[in-house]
Design a binder for this molecule. Structure first.
Ligand SMILES: Cc1cc2nc3c(=O)[nH]c(=O)nc-3n(C[C@H](O)[C@H](O)[C@H](O)COP(=O)(O)OP(=O)(O)OC[C@H]3O[C@@H](n4cnc5c(N)ncnc54)[C@H](O)[C@@H]3O)c2cc1C
Length: 399
């Protein structure tokens, strides 16, 4: 086997393709060609060197991929969450980390288009072009899942706002140009009031008082310049608030619906890659005088992978279609994220098992997939939080 498996010449058919419109099929083809020609050959080096690949980022921008979900009037392609998931699966199939990088400008452009004022929206063309790198800072060292408890403060004065606090795990934190910071801007008003006192501020990522930590040393998803950011008396103009003052918690929750679909499609792409590698390996690796794919234990792992990947794809596209039709998808997005990321972690591990000792070696792509995919169960709301959301929605539906 070569060190990094080439894309399968005739990958197992994805039955969703039969239902794609012409535009969706062309989008998939564009994303797949870019991913196989540009991303795949650089994926191992990005992982090994843990370095942001600005050229690939710009390459995705030049293809117009960052505006895939944005409405046409705002400069996007108007292909919705469905389009974004189609692209994400293809990019993440060749590199989870590059897929992760793709998600950030797509989500930032949508967020600013939905909630921003004219000055904020003026940044969208730069984000789509890959010239302005956005990042979002919600999480803090002591407040992760408990977003409503965050402690970064924004105090109003005669000239605007002054922000103080510490943000953790900011993806793109060390390269960010446009930083969206969630901070406590109002007084808390009794139990549950915490979430009604949070605003989002769009800051210049290089503003005085913004201090970045060194890049986090992560298990996987390398090259994303993830770091802690300290805000030390950072000044922002009065119109830096994105959306309604004290209304950012609701905006963040709405944004999660879209971003969870993106993370689901990212995990799906990685599971698909692991599946293709496992099948190819099982057909060539011989033990006890026959290719290991002829052993029933291997066949059953492959059958379960194939089934769960197909089920995940259906869940994601179902939720994406609802989103594109303007329907509420809190439950469906959480279900897609929970199911897809759990199944991806399980089956990437099974794919590694099918590779035997070779799967444990950096020589084979499945080792990187195994490290990269694990993050998907943790961020954009851990899978414990997804279960809480689903249960709450079920309770509401049956009240
Ligand atoms: C590589 C990476 C990139 C990231 N990028 C960003 C970014 O760009 N911007 C950003 O703002 N954040 C980012 N994050 C942060 C991420 O969103 C958080 O790590 C995540 O929300 C979980 O928060 P936590 O790590 O504080 O875990 P905690 O909230 O402390 O959770 C610890 C454990 O407790 C469980 N738990 C917590 N509360 C409950 C509950 N009520 N019931 C049951 N179980 C519970 C969790 O599921 C988890 O298993 C990133 C994180 C990582 C690792």
């Amino acid at each position: 086997m070569p060190a990094f498996s080439p894309p399968t010449p005739n990958p197992p058919e994805n039955p969703m393709h039969r239902f794609y419109t012409e535009d969706q099929a062309a989008l998939r083809e564009t994303a797949r060609r870019f991913a196989e020609r540009e991303v795949l050959p650089r994926a191992a080096a990005i992982d090994r060197e843990d370095r942001f690949d600005r050229g690939l980022y710009k390459g995705m921008a030049d293809l117009g991929l960052f505006g895939v979900a944005l409405r046409e009037e705002a400069g996007g392609a108007g292909m919705g969450a469905t389009g974004a998931c189609i692209v994400m699966e293809e990019i993440a199939r060749c590199s989870g980390a590059v897929g992760n990088a793709f998600a950030i400008p797509v989500e930032a452009a949508l967020f600013l288009d939905h909630h921003g004022n004219e000055r904020h929206k003026a940044m969208i063309p730069g984000i789509l072009a890959g010239d302005i790198i956005p990042a979002t800072a919600v999480t803090e060292p002591d407040h992760g899942s408990d977003v409503a408890g965050l402690r970064t403060t924004a105090k109003r004065d005669a000239d605007g706002w002054v922000l103080n606090g510490t943000k953790a795990w900011v993806t793109f934190g060390n390269v960010v140009d446009a930083l969206m910071v969630f901070a406590r801007s109002g007084a808390e008003s009794g139990p549950g009031g915490g979430h009604k006192a949070i605003s989002c501020f769009l800051l210049d990522g290089k503003a005085p008082g913004i201090h970045r930590g060194k890049n986090e040393e992560l298990l996987g998803m390398h090259g994303l310049e993830d770091c802690m950011i300290t805000l030390d008396g950072v000044r922002a103009p009065a119109d830096a608030v994105v959306g309604p003052e004290n209304g950012a918690f609701k905006m963040a929750m709405g944004n999660f619906n879209f971003s969870r679909l993106m993370m689901s499609a990212m995990a799906l792409g990685m599971a698909q890659a692991a599946f293709e590698d496992a099948v190819a390996y099982a057909k060539t690796r011989k033990q006890f005088g026959t290719a290991i794919i002829n052993h029933q234990a291997i066949q059953f792992m492959i059958a379960d992978m194939s089934t769960d990947i197909a089920a995940a794809r259906m869940l994601i596209h179902h939720a994406a279609r609802l989103y594109d039709a303007g329907m509420p998808i809190a439950k469906e997005a959480a279900q897609a994220k929970l199911f897809t990321t759990d199944m991806a972690v399980k089956h990437v591990s099974n794919a590694l098992q099918i590779h035997g000792g070779n799967g444990y070696s950096r020589e084979y792509r499945v080792e990187r997939l195994f490290r990269d995919v694990r993050l998907a169960q943790i961020y954009e709301g851990t899978n414990q939080i997804q279960r809480m959301i689903i249960a709450r929605q079920v309770e509401k539906e049956t009240a």
